[in-house]
Structure formats: structure tokens, C-alpha cells
Design a protein around this ligand. Structure first.
Ligand SMILES: Cc1cc2nc3c(=O)[nH]c(=O)nc-3n(C[C@H](O)[C@H](O)[C@H](O)COP(=O)(O)O)c2cc1C
Length: 177
């Protein structure tokens, strides 16, 4: 290897991403939640998405065990929530009351969109595992005009929603509350 882990991390940080919180419930009813920037689309048919989880995460075994989970795409105003859900074993849900999706999966209120997923596959990803989920429902959890939260070079940023975005989203079939 000709580069250090620190440089690798910095180089990866130059790829701007959105920020999401993955969420779920253990069989005994405990809420799970974790901030991820590794969320991505995989397949349209069947509808598949992915995120990766560090094997070192305290909640790793719990993610492997649950059959369903939610993915909430955060709004610009939710950077505090992103930070809270990135602290290991902190009481992440203390200030947030989850919204249950159509399939009973807990989602983050105020997010741009919430995907309810069922486990489709878990792949080896080195010191992470790649969770592929089949999307069961699309849920509107915020006002349509909210802007997305962006993570870039280790910092949060925003991005303007243009009229083009508004037009693209017009008529999208989201389950609302
Ligand atoms: C913006 C941001 C993105 C993150 N993305 C990921 C990710 O994709 N995968 C991951 O395992 N951890 C990621 N983390 C770190 C986890 O959120 C954090 O380690 C986790 O919440 C710890 O959970 P634990 O209580 O299970 O240890 C990210 C943190 C931040 C601030």
C-alpha cells in the first residue's frame, strides 16, 4: 500500500454524499439507529438499496439479526440528529419519537423520504458488511420543500433545491402521514 489510512479516508471524503439514518427494532422492542453516508441505490427491479456497517459498531450484531429496517434521508436542518446518531451507544432516540412506516418500521420524522426495507442480502465488505435491502415502501416524512443534508470533506453542507428538482418530484407516489 502506498497510501496511509488517514489519506485514504480524506480522499474518500472528497466524494460528497447525502446523509441517512438507518433504523430498526430488535425482537425485544429496542430501537436501533445509526448515521450512514454509505447509502446508495442498487437495482430498480427488484427495488434494492444498500448501506455498509462497520463490524466494530456496538450494534453490528443487532443489524445482522433484524429482518426489516428503515432508511431516512436527512434534511439540511437535521445535522444535529446526524451527529447524535453517530455517537456509539449514546441514547440516540432520547429526543426523537419515531414514525412507524406502513410496515411498522421506525422512521425519522422530518426526513426527506423514508424507505422501509426487508433484508435481501448481506455481503462481505472487509471491515464493514454491505447490507442490501429490498424496498417495501416509500414514505414522505417531511414537507416537500425541505433541502437535503450533504456530507463533504468531513463537514456538513447544504444544497439548494432548484425548480427542476421540484418539477421532478411533482406527482411522486409517496405514502404520507
Ligand atoms: C456523516 C456520517 C456518516 C457515517 N457513515 C457511516 C457508514 O456508512 N457506516 C458506518 O458503519 N458508520 C458510519 N458512521 C459512523 C456511525 O454512525 C457510528 O459509528 C455509529 O452510530 C455507532 O453506532 P454503535 O452505537 O452501534 O457503535 C457515520 C458517521 C457520520 C457522522
Amino acid at each position: 500500500m502506498t497510501f496511509s489510512p488517514a489519506d485514504f479516508r480524506k480522499a474518500l471524503g472528497l466524494f460528497p454524499t447525502g446523509v441517512a439514518i438507518v433504523s430498526g427494532r430488535t425482537p425485544d422492542g429496542q430501537l436501533l439507529g445509526m448515521t450512514v453516508s454509505s447509502f446508495n441505490s442498487v437495482s430498480l427491479d427488484p427495488p434494492l438499496v444498500l448501506f455498509s456497517v462497520a463490524r466494530s459498531a456496538a450494534s453490528y450484531a443487532a443489524w445482522e439479526a433484524i429482518p426489516r429496517y428503515g432508511i431516512s434521508v436527512l434534511a439540511r436542518s437535521q445535522d444535529d440528529l446526524s451527529t447524535r446518531f453517530s455517537k456509539s451507544q449514546a441514547d440516540k432516540w432520547a429526543l426523537v419519537r419515531p414514525i412507524d412506516g406502513q410496515h411498522g418500521v421506525p422512521l425519522i420524522p422530518g426526513a426527506l423520504v423514508g424507505f422501509e426495507c426487508e433484508r435481501y442480502a448481506v455481503h462481505d465488505g472487509g471491515d464493514h458488511a454491505i447490507f442490501v435491502g429490498k424496498v417495501l415502501s416509500l414514505n414522505a416524512v417531511s414537507t416537500p420543500a425541505a433541502e437535503p443534508l450533504v456530507f463533504y470533506a468531513g463537514r456538513y453542507a447544504g444544497i439548494r433545491r432548484t425548480e427542476y428538482v421540484e418539477a421532478e418530484m411533482d406527482g411522486m407516489l409517496l405514502h404520507g402521514w
